[in-house]
Design a protein around this ligand. Structure first.
Ligand SMILES: Nc1ncnc2c1ncn2[C@@H]1O[C@H](COP(=O)(O)OP(=O)(O)OP(=O)(O)O)[C@@H](O)[C@H]1O
Ligand SMILES: [Mg+2]
Length: 336
């Protein structure tokens, strides 16, 4: 059986920028697959290639075994797209927006009406179906755009940062909605995000992308497991030198230690058990604890592990780089 989506050695270059740099992966049928990465990582570019809006510089990509460059019209019938920019018509009602899209995809009248009713119910917009989209909140518009992407019953739905700018409650509503639709219809979902929690809660598997390259790809649980240790003790220490570091690393319960700015991240299996021993050792050797925090591993830690920076730092660096280079960070017309 063909994969829902398959990408082989895709490269996309824009003049001097390599937006996607030799990326390969496959998406299984019925799975929610996520691309997690900071601004400018190449997420939208990859979605544009998979949804036939842009040709790759080299490499192959297919949807359900159908090549996106050779057979774009066949691919388009199999895909639904919810773009990063909001594109529903503000001067029309939700019903009218969906109806126009249904017509565009040649969905017959009776089926179209049934589909619109079903989808409006699913995205909880039935009561507002006859109101102009201009009167909607951001969350309602996003939900409408998800319904619109599903009007022709696609095989796979692409969503480019579907919850960006929404409040936590509205984001959760969207996650639940996508999970419910997947369960009911077996739809395959491909999502991009730069929210760690979103990728963690929603996706069966995640590809972490940075500077156009996949740096890790697995289920959220496996990604966290493979970086070793289950709790992180973050400390800033005084009176602590290389000798102390050697000792710390040699302690039997310490999986690994990484340094970030002024603080240390000590990876341990069980923070509750390790802390008293650790404190005792610090006390004995005159080390002072200036700052302490304990947390369970998150995808943020996975991101740090593979890229050496937090996702926020990655975004700041990218902004600085582009401001420094005098080039716009967001290219006009680059959105879908
Ligand atoms: N049409 C274009 N012309 C030139 N460069 C482009 C174009 N589209 C994208 N880029 C560049 O390619 C890189 C990847 O951009 P892309 O939009 O795919 O990133 P992204 O991961 O979607 O980021 P964001 O989170 O900001 O949406 C960036 O450096 C961007 O400036
Ligand atoms: Mg993008």
């Amino acid at each position: 059986m063909a994969y829902a989506a398959e990408v082989k050695n895709i490269v996309k270059k824009f003049q001097s920028v390599t937006a996607v740099n030799d990326v390969s992966f496959s998406v299984n049928e019925g799975e929610i697959f996520g691309f997690l990465g900071p601004n400018g990582a190449g997420k939208t570019t990859l979605i544009r290639i998979l949804t036939c809006l842009m040709k790759p510089t080299s490499g192959q990509a297919s949807i359900r075994g159908i090549d996106v460059v050779k057979h774009p019209s066949l691919v388009r019938r199999n895909i639904g797209v919810v773009s990063q920019a909001l594109t529903s018509d503000l001067d029309l009602t939700a019903y009218e927006n969906l109806n126009i899209y249904g017509k565009y995809f040649d969905v017959p009248k009776k089926e179209r009406k049934e589909s619109i009713d079903y989808l409006l119910g699913k995205v909880d917009l039935k009561d507002r179906a006859k109101d102009l989209v201009a009167t909607y909140s951001g969350g309602m518009r996003r939900r409408l755009e998800i319904a619109r992407g599903l009007i022709h019953k696609p095989y796979i739905l692409f969503l480019d940062e579907p919850t960006i700018g929404l409040d936590p409650q509205s984001r959760r509503v969207i996650w639940e909605l996508l999970q419910k639709i997947r369960k009911e219809t077996g739809l395959t979902i491909f999502i991009t995000t730069h929210y760690m929690d979103e990728a963690d809660v929603l996706c069966d598997r995640i590809g972490i992308i940075d500077y156009g390259k996949i740096v890790a790809l697995d289920s959220p649980a496996n990604l966290k497991r493979t970086i070793g240790g289950f709790d992180i003790i973050e400390v800033t220490l005084g009176n602590f030198g290389p000798e102390g570091m050697e000792k710390l690393k040699a302690m039997p319960f310490v999986k690994s230690v990484t340094e970030k700015d002024e603080s240390l991240r000590i990876y341990v299996e069980d923070a509750a058990k390790s802390m008293p021993v650790l404190f005792e050792e610090f006390k004995k050797t005159g080390v002072i604890i200036e700052y302490l925090a304990i947390h369970e591993q998150t995808l943020e830690d996975v991101f740090i592990h593979y890229t050496g920076k937090t996702i926020r730092e990655a975004e700041t660096q990218k902004v600085n780089f582009f401001i420094g280079a005098g080039a716009p960070r967001r290219m006009p017309g680059a959105r879908i």
